[in-house]
Design a protein around this ligand. Structure first.
Ligand SMILES: [Zn+2]
Length: 215
């Protein structure tokens, strides 16, 4: 049997990265994210697309948003090169979901569900060392001494992205764009809802069982 094609949906803070790693380890598939796919295909020839630059790197170097049609092309390339995959961070809107239907066949579409207030707590608790970049969480992986890095003694700071106001705004934007994507799969009875509120191991147990049911 060929390796499974898995789409993992869920808001920021739902644990998609952690669960994607579990999937990669269990099934030996590629972890495909738009960010990684963009970075590894910076020099791809997209001159046949009617866009401003000839390569994705052109947009990135100019600090411009990479247009949907370029992202689509890159995701298509990454999925074609993969023998099984877990796709994370795409599709972000309904147009991309429809495009995905055309270029691949999904075996599993799983949604990690976490209550809003839990997401806010997870995301606003993040702290990063200003010196060495080590990540902490005030509740889930606190440093030995509050505000101080265990590794280098540097100061722990909260990124602007992780303040409560920004976090709530990010979650709202996610809902707005992604609800139509969720509905797209739900209507066709392809969506598996996973309780993402528990410990990562518990979530993986449920997710793993759901994947085994489908493949
Ligand atoms: Zn440090």
């Amino acid at each position: 049997m060929s390796q499974p094609n898995i789409l993992l949906l869920g808001p920021p803070g739902a644990g998609k990265g952690t669960q994607s790693s579990n999937i990669v380890e269990e099934y030996g598939v590629d972890h495909v994210t738009t960010g990684d796919a963009l970075r590894s295909n910076k020099g791809m020839d997209i001159s046949d697309l009617d866009v401003e630059y000839d390569t994705p790197g052109g947009f990135m170097d100019a600090g411009e948003l990479v247009p949907d049609e370029v992202v689509n092309e890159i995701v298509k390339t990454a999925l074609q090169e993969a023998d099984g995959y877990v796709l994370d961070g795409y599709p972000r809107n309904l147009d991309q979901a429809k495009y995905l239907d055309e270029i691949t066949e999904l075996d599993v579409v799983a949604l990690l569900e976490v209550p809003r207030e839990e997401l806010v707590e997870r995301l606003t608790g993040r702290r990063i060392c200003d010196e060495c970049g080590t990540n902490y969480h005030v509740e889930f992986s606190p440093p030995e001494e509050a505000g101080v890095c265990d590794k280098c003694g540097g100061e722990l700071i909260q990124r602007d992205d992780d303040t409560e106001e920004t976090v709530r705004e990010r979650l709202n934007v996610f809902d707005e764009n992604t609800q139509p994507v969720i509905d797209h799969y739900d209507i066709r009875d392809e969506l598996v809802r996973i309780d993402g509120e528990g410990a990562p191991d518990e979530v993986w147990e449920e997710l793993h069982a759901a994947i085994e049911d489908e493949v």
